[in-house]
Each structure stands twice: as C-alpha cells, then as structure tokens.
Design a protein around this ligand. Structure first.
Ligand SMILES: C[S@@+](CC[C@H](N)C(=O)[O-])C[C@H]1O[C@@H](n2cnc3c(N)ncnc32)[C@H](O)[C@@H]1O
Length: 248
C-alpha cells in the first residue's frame, strides 16, 4: 500500500516540477500531498470497518411477559424504531408500530387475526420496519390459542412447527429494501441472511438463574444473492430485491 502511495507521489512531483531541482518548497508540497493521501486512506478503511461491525450488548433485567416493557429493550426500541411505517404482527400491549395485530381480541391492536393471515394480507415491500416478537415456543403458541375463549371463536393452532419460518417469510416480503427488522426470542437467528437480512446489532438480556435470555436482533433487508435465490422454492418473495447481492 505504501509503495503505491510512493509511486503516485513521484508521479505527482514529476508533473508539478518537470526538469527542476527539488528544494524546500517542493519537499513541503510533497509532504502535504502525502498527508492528504494518508488521511483519505485512513478514512476509507475506517468506513469499511464500521460498515461490517456487529454491535453486541449484554444487559441484565427482570423478565416480563410484555417484552417491550423490559428496560434495556425499551431503550433499544427508542433508538431503533425510527421514522416511517412500522408493522407488528404479534403486538401484544406495548407496540410502537402503527399497523399492529394480535390474535387476542383483548389487545389494543389495529387487527386481530392469526399472524400468518394478517401478514399475507399486506403488500410486498410496504413497511420501513417490522417488530417480530412471537410466542417463543410451541407451548406458548398453543396456550395463546387456548386462552382465547370467546363466543364464536373457531380458531385452533394446527400445531405446525413451521409457524415461525412461515411468518418470517411473510415478514421478509413486506419489508422495503433497506428496511429494518427487529426480532425477539430465544435465538439470535433473526430474519437470517438467506432471506436477505444483514445483522447490525444483538442485545442479550439475561434474567438470572436458569431462565432463558431474551435475545434481540436488529437487521437490515439488503437483498438476496441470485445463487441463493435460485435454490429457494419461495423465490417470488424476493422479486423486488433481487438486484442486490449479499454473500451467503
Ligand atoms: C411475546 S408476546 C408480544 C408482547 C409485546 N411485544 C409486548 O411487549 O407487549 C406475543 C403475542 O403474540 C400473540 N399471539 C400468539 N399467537 C399468535 C398468533 N398465531 N397470531 C397473532 N398473535 C399471536 C399473543 O397474544 C401475545 O400477545
């Protein structure tokens, strides 16, 4: 790298002072050019490093079934839920999103549908961000369905463990290119690179004892590589982002 700079410098000097003896003035000019070049190189390296960075924080907090009331998670949402239109398919009690859904009709949400039905009704590439805080285990999904005992309620969970991947496919579809996905659960998988997401941030919230951590991930929808896409059966989900490349 330094050799390249030196060669470039010599070319510049030859251009500026052809056939002349190089005195003090020339030497100062050369040092000035060198400093400019070092500064440019340093800034570009720094930028590349920052772009590839994954921020990981670990902050202890008391557990709460309403995830968004847990203090470090509340802080994360304040920082990450920025402008634009946000959607939350499992919104519960405390969602900052504008378009919200919860199976339980007692929740203060704009829709009350099974999340998969709700998500399928939404347009592709239409949200700046999605919050994804589903039940974390098959037992929790089952309990949620069973707890909703109201007149005329005819919905039952089909017990399919594809519940998470199917809802996540829909989530990936409705987020705009460069939109954000914030996930909560017991894994740090998030939307994953195979659906075109790049992870920027992980927040681990341990709750003490043998309780599971709550794991929060923040990702951006950057697109899907064509090679990966062609091996997927649900490739039409990514039509709008297939010009962007991501290494998988
Ligand atoms: C982990 S809680 C979300 C908590 C919320 N983020 C908060 O802090 O208030 C999951 C929510 O998903 C809802 N839910 C469970 N199964 C669902 C389904 N199949 N479709 C839609 N909502 C569902 C539950 O009623 C519950 O409110």
């Amino acid at each position: 790298m330094l050799r390249d700079i030196e060669e470039e410098l010599l070319k510049e000097v030859d251009k500026m002072f052809p056939n002349q003896e190089r005195g003090m003035a020339e030497a100062i000019t050369i040092v000035g050019i060198a400093l400019d070049k070092f500064e440019a190189l340093f800034n570009s390296n720094l930028k590349e490093e920052r772009e590839g960075e994954l921020r990981i924080d670990r902050i202890w907090a008391m557990p709460n079934k309403w995830t968004f009331t847990i203090k470090p998670i509340k802080e994360l949402l304040k920082e990450e839920v920025t402008e634009g239109l946000w959607c939350d398919p499992f919104a519960g009690m405390n969602s900052p999103a504008q378009v919200t859904n919860d199976l339980n009709p007692a929740m203060p949400t704009t829709h009350h549908l099974p999340a998969i039905e709700f998500l399928k009704s939404l347009e592709s590439n239409s949200f700046d961000g999605v919050l994804y805080d589903p039940p974390y285990s098959p037992r929790q999904v089952k309990e949620c369905y069973e707890s909703i005992a109201i007149d005329g309620w005819d919905k039952k969970w089909d017990g399919r463990t594809t519940f998470w991947s199917e809802t996540m496919d829909e989530v990936a579809r409705i987020i705009k290119p460069n939109g954000k996905l914030i996930c909560f659960g017991w894994t740090s998988m998030g939307g994953s690179m195979s659906r075109g997401f790049k992870m920027q941030r992980i927040l681990l919230v341990p709750h003490g004892g043998r309780k599971n951590d709550t794991i929060c991930t923040v990702e951006t929808k950057v697109g899907v590589s064509k090679t990966k896409q062609s091996s997927q059966t649900n490739m039409t989900l990514f039509e709008a982002t297939n010009t962007l490349e991501v290494k998988v």
